[in-house]
Design a protein around this ligand. Sequence first.
Ligand SMILES: C[S@@+](CC[C@H](N)C(=O)[O-])C[C@H]1O[C@@H](n2cnc3c(N)ncnc32)[C@H](O)[C@@H]1O
Length: 236
Amino acid sequence: MKRTPEPELMDGAEQARAYAQADLSEPNELFLRLLADEVLKVRDSALPQGLADARALDLGCGPADIVVRLLKRYPQLQCDALDGSQAMLDLARQAIDRLPGIASRVRLLCDKLPSAQLDTGAYDLILSNSLLHHLHEPQVLWRSIRAAAKPGALVLVMDLMRPGSAGMAEALVETYAADAPPVLRQDFRNSLHAAFEPAEVEEQLRSAGLAEALEVDVVSDRHLAVWGKVGRKFEV
Ligand SMILES: C[S@@+](CC[C@H](N)C(=O)[O-])C[C@H]1O[C@@H](n2cnc3c(N)ncnc32)[C@H](O)[C@@H]1O
């Protein structure tokens, strides 16, 4: 099936609210499990046990559900969380302000990638879930990761992968969003049509000079993940 891009930012208040209210615990816990079981075990990682004093970055953080889960699990981690949608960041702020042990460890940044607000060569851990398929120019993500990573930084990017046909996409909508509000069903359908295939992501990594550092794996019936260690300082 041919890719159909969708709008980059989710900046409508109603769309952002519906997304924030959706139960994404299953994919978000998959993300955290991949981080713990695969990414943090990457060979020769210099990151401290429990990520003590490490700096993380979440690109396209949305309402920050993953950021909150991450910071609950790793109580000494600091995280910058960037999104181009102020509506999403308002919801992220509300979620984070309810959790005092977390609020002081998060910096929310409202900006569209590529962003001059991100520190260069500064982050130990770079994360992104469900952003890649929104991008009209996917190299923006890979260039941003290269620029923001400290030498030796660990990376985990997870996203939907594009099914082979519109019928397969529809079957996934029925399986995973049967009872969801119409706005979310349409978002999920659009996202499946906008997502990349694993081979396309591998090609993106080759173009970005990241194919040696990062690997692409299929991690569920609808998700792919890209992970590894960015081993040296990159020229950007
Ligand atoms: C599907 S949501 C994912 C949110 C969150 N990461 C999660 O897993 O629930 C994608 C987010 O990426 C943001 N986004 C899309 N394109 C962006 C860009 N070029 N720069 C910054 N944020 C972007 C959208 O505004 C939206 O909040």
